[in-house]
Ligand binder design. Structure first.
Ligand SMILES: [Zn+2]
Ligand SMILES: [Zn+2]
Length: 394
């Protein structure tokens, strides 16, 4: 498969500086999930200027842009998430977050900038474009809420989107390296609370109480048993507890202890199994310690992100043509993304674009030190352009 033709390539190059500037503008003005009002306004303004059909206020703060090529073809969706995180940026750059406590620490500023620029490039040459491209600027990915609301708003229905694509920048790989994984590519994620209720009392008389701390500690330590002994070796699951809250004082046994954690899997079957067993395990372990446990899941969680095998192979060929076969791998990730819901509704492919800066130490996602190599933006853009042009041509 040959790379983008010279003239499309020139378009990507010509807009390189504007792409970086737009990403920096989003970076400087980060907004939390479902509060992306300025971000949405900037996106809508640019899409209007490019003469796309624009819908705003979709799923509260989302934007949909529809680009109809002049030639017949398929209808393809390109999804970009746009929200930031509740973090204070620790990176000293002129375009660092101007909003204390909010930061683009996952790269969604880059996703939004790439999608806007992609729309502009296609719109400027729509007489050469086959098919229709529906740009899905999704709010609230970080709370797994935006995709669900966009789908409920019917964003794939009018016009009927046949397949959906998107990319995520990642600092787990350097710029120039792309990952396309067929099948399960990202994990499911479910957040749970375990509330253990006992009988409070004096620390000197535990036999007259029912200590919820000890019971909750047994639950916590036993959880890995579910992964080690109940999940097949061919499968994978990650189960961690991020919060353990109980008690007030050295010698007071409390009434109540709370654990909060997450469970992630690469299969919906393992996901259902672990969710069921988690509740059983917590209940019975708590009872063994004369306490009661109540396990609740927070919201609906996020399903496994599954890439359609055929579409993933197509994206891989396209990616290899752009960056070279030796620079494309099929690494998956135990992270989760509500792109999963779009890919449950329609076949498609979500791929990773390496963006790790070469210097300055590790830049993990969701950390105040997060930063990207901006060279990744143009690489993401050209791959996206190649994918969308070909997919819409059919
Ligand atoms: Zn994130
Ligand atoms: Zn993200």
């Amino acid at each position: 498969m040959s790379p983008l033709t010279a003239d499309w390539s020139r378009d990507v190059q010509a807009r390189g500086d504007a792409l970086v500037a737009l990403r920096r503008d989003f970076h400087r003005h980060p907004e939390l999930s479902f509060e992306e009002r300025r971000t949405a306004a900037v996106i809508a303004e640019r899409l209007h200027a490019a003469k796309l059909e624009v819908r705003t206020g979709v799923a509260r703060t989302g934007v949909v842009g529809i680009l109809r090529g002049d030639r017949p073809g398929r209808t393809v969706g390109w999804r970009a998430d746009i929200d930031a995180l509740p973090l204070t940026e620790a990176v000293d750059v002129p375009f660092a977050s101007a909003t204390p406590g909010v930061m683009h620490a996952c790269g969604h500023d880059g996703h939004a900038a790439i999608a806007v620029t992609l729309a502009e490039i296609l719109a400027a040459r729509r007489h050469e474009v086959a098919g229709t491209v529906v740009f899905l600027f999704q709010p609230a990915e970080e709370v797994f809420g935006g995709a669900r609301e966009m789908l409920a708003a019917g964003v794939l229905d009018d016009p009927r989107v046949e397949e959906v694509y998107g990319l995520h920048l990642t600092t787990r790989a350097p710029a120039g390296v792309l990952s396309v994984r067929p099948g399960p590519a990202l994990t499911s994620a479910d957040f749970f609370d375990v509330e253990v209720t006992g009988q409070g009392g004096h620390g000197a008389y535990p036999h007259l109480s029912a200590d919820p701390i000890t019971a909750a500690a047994r639950v916590l330590l036993g959880l890995q048993h579910l992964v080690a002994y109940e999940v097949a070796a061919s499968e994978a699951a990650v189960l961690t507890v991020g919060q353990f809250a109980a008690g007030t004082k050295h010698n007071v046994l409390p009434e109540r202890a709370v654990l909060r954690g997450s469970v992630r899997t690469f299969s919906e079957a393992v996901r259902a199994q672990l969710k069921r067993r988690l509740a059983e395990y917590a209940t019975h372990t708590a009872r063994a310690h004369r306490t009661e446990a109540r396990l609740t899941f927070v919201g609906d969680g996020c399903p496994v992100t599954v890439n359609d095998a055929g579409r993933a192979a197509f994206v891989r060929r396209r990616a290899e043509a752009e960056v070279g076969a030796d620079r494309v791998d099929d690494t998956g990730s135990p992270a989760s993304d509500d792109m999963a819901l779009f890919l449950t509704a329609r076949p498609g492919c979500y791929f990773n674009v390496g963006a790790a800066p070469g210097t300055g130490g590790p830049r993990p996602h969701h950390a105040p030190q997060f930063a990207i190599d901006e060279a990744s933006l143009a690489i993401g853009l050209r791959t996206a352009l190649a994918v969308v042009l070909d997919a819409a041509r059919g």
